[in-house]
Design a protein around this ligand. Sequence first.
Ligand code: SAM
Length: 280
Amino acid sequence: MAQSAATGKLWVVATPIGNLDDCSPRAQQVLRQVDLIACEDTRHSASLLKHFGIATRTLAVHEHNEREVSGDLVRRMHEGAQIALICDAGTPLISDPGFRLVRAAREAGIAVSPVAGPCAAIAALSVAGLASDCFVFEGFLPAKSAARRAHLQALIGETRTLIFYESSHRIVESLTDMAQVFGAARHAVLARELTKLFETVLDGPLQELVQRVSTDTDQQRGEFVLLVAGAGDDADAARLVEGHRVFGLLRKELSPSRAAKLAAEITGAPRKTLYESVES
Ligand code: SAM
């Protein structure tokens, strides 16, 4: 959509998810220079702004009033105002308000520019050691167990790494549901309090995580990103287990190379891995 030179701009500014040193110099500069900061919660953001000595005026824009105030903010930007959008922590719009305002601004031809920075999902993925070429961000799961399980059921076959946000009061329940739906052996990573004092990143089979977290109340405190390996990993592992079983049976009658070839054809396990297991 065409932009008029006289219009203002909407800056979508990421702020720290814990460690205030993660607030980039550019984020600070934009927040200092804009005419108005649209905050998810003005009181919450006040401490961040105070920390950096930023005195810019703020306005609350949250899920309950976003639709209502977006039109007014767009009008102000048309009149030349520069507005920054921030949320309580991390990147706006990512499980946070702002999508309606961004859409309204874009539809009105206002320039919308990101000031990139922290995002809990991406920070967690960057340290999880799970496949990161393709992933699915699922945000928060439903609060009620039946709905949560139904949601997880629909994801059983998902081959990409799954990323969820979870709060402290549901972390044990969600992990337990995941172990039941995805299977106890599915690999997962629990990233807690990232960039903060009590940061911990636990990884292991889902059942092991359920055990560790449910027996340690410290591990139930704070903010969590829960990452689950895609179904592909499990299917490969299951194929390999079956491949070894069939290979072991065929080996009694056939040469290792013939047994490996047939076992691979029957089960889909990689022939080379089966064959090489004879050596090891
Ligand atoms: N917009 C934010 C972002 O960019 O990550 C997410 C906002 S969402 C309302 C808040 C959730 O993000 C928390 O409940 C938790 O699941 C996750 N989260 C935020 N900060 C975190 C941190 N420091 N460590 C782990 N998870 C965090």
